[in-house]
Design a protein around this ligand. Structure first.
Ligand SMILES: *Cc1c(COP(=O)(O)O)cnc(C)c1O
Length: 362
């Protein structure tokens, strides 16, 4: 079967170099070889997250750490900021963990605004909030800096931030923002195979976790910190992933973070231009569009072009590219094109050519 190149917003295309690194010969996770490997990537991860805190490696998808954050850090009540499929689900997950939780729901396509959070936190009911920086289902990026600025006003509230589809595509300065948890699965913006997540926790989050009785074992933040201090993980990690991450981090710094950020901005703009050229509107509220994927309106917003999305997908797939036909309740009334990971102007242009040819047949 010929490979169909992934332009869905996760998992994304994985390079041959990354796969080669993934297939490095196995080593023991308590031996010096692993410790050296983790110690080598730790400063790179810290630079990527703009933090002095240790960055942890979790052998899980992002949801493991998303659930773990709730289990470690919510004592009183958590405010789940909801603007799409992933952030909406975090509310359900909080309740499934037995936590008292409240939904701060905005319409899909809109961002979470700082004023909304401020009004909720002012009640004094909450000791934690969850926020998805880049809501992958709607292609909306919420204003993280403005939201994080609230931490000064509510120092006892744990700010838990998912940057699954944005971390590495633009600067997210963990220490400077003052947030408490920053997490990312690595099959999206990192362009690794699925199965690994990275995260950092603030000193306040670690102190609070230590006082949480029912935080469990697999995602116990205190265990992650204790082990990371020895360049280890609490349980046996997916060692192939750690090799792949090491190779990827070398790629990031060879390119340079600034150049990487600029590349994402550029390729994303080209995708927006492609949509405009064909008469489509974008789904996100203006000014809050993601830089790693484009959620194109196909009738979800008034006006603009509409096409048979299933047909578009098929015509593009026949040319070797997989695009996404919309997520959850906006399936078919939107479609999504990803520029995450290793994509360049040249590789994105190949996608636009295939899309143009498909459009000509619709
Ligand atoms: C994909 C995604 C998740 C879930 O990731 P899993 O790897 O399936 O656990 C969570 N948040 C965001 C923003 C995502 O894009």
């Amino acid at each position: 079967m010929p490979h169909v190149k992934l332009h869905i917003p996760g998992p994304v295309e994985v390079s041959e170099k990354t796969f080669k690194a993934f297939c490095s010969p196995m080593i023991g996770h308590r031996g010096q070889g692993f410790k050296d490997l983790y110690a080598k990537i730790q400063p790179q991860l810290q630079q990527l997250l703009y933090t002095k805190q240790l960055v942890y490696l979790s052998t899980s998808s992002a949801w493991g750490v998303m659930e773990g954050s709730v289990r470690n850090l919510v004592h009183k009540k958590v405010l789940n900021c909801m603007c799409g499929a992933f952030s909406d689900k975090w509310f359900d997950v909080s309740k499934k963990c037995g936590k008292s939780a409240e939904a701060l729901q905005v319409e899909w396509g809109s961002p979470i605004r700082a004023e909304l959070i401020d009004a909720k936190l002012a009640t004094g009911e909450f000791d934690a909030l969850t926020l998805i920086h880049n809501e992958t289902s709607t292609g909306v990026m919420s204003p993280l800096c403005e939201i994080a600025a609230l931490k000064k006003k509510y120092p006892d509230v744990m700010f838990i931030v998912d940057a699954v589809s944005s971390l590495t595509a633009l600067p997210i300065k963990f220490d400077e923002l003052g947030i408490d948890v920053l997490l990312a699965g690595t099959q999206k913006a990192f362009a690794l195979p699925p199965g690994l997540a990275v995260f950092a926790a603030s000193p306040a989050a670690l102190a609070k976790a230590a006082t949480t009785k029912d935080r469990g074992y697999y995602f116990d933040f205190v265990e992650f910190q204790k082990n990371a201090e020895q360049s280890m993980t609490p349980s046996t990690p997916s060692i192939g992933h750690v090799y792949a991450l090491s190779s990827k981090l070398d790629d990031f710094f060879a390119e340079g973070l600034e150049a990487r950020f600029a590349r994402h901005a550029k390729t994303n703009q080209l995708t927006r231009d492609w949509a405009a050229k064909h008469g489509f509107n974008l789904f996100p509220e203006k000014g809050y569009e993601s830089v790693t994927l484009t959620c194109v309106s196909n009738g979800a917003r008034p006006g603009g072009r509409t096409v048979d999305v299933a047909k578009l997908q098929k015509l593009v797939k026949d040319q070797g590219f997989l695009i996404d036909g919309g997520y959850g309740k906006i399936k078919g009334t939107t479609f999504r094109l990803s520029n995450m990971g290793d994509e360049t102007e040249a590789t994105m242009n190949q996608l636009y050519v295939a899309l143009d040819q498909a459009m000509a047949q619709l």
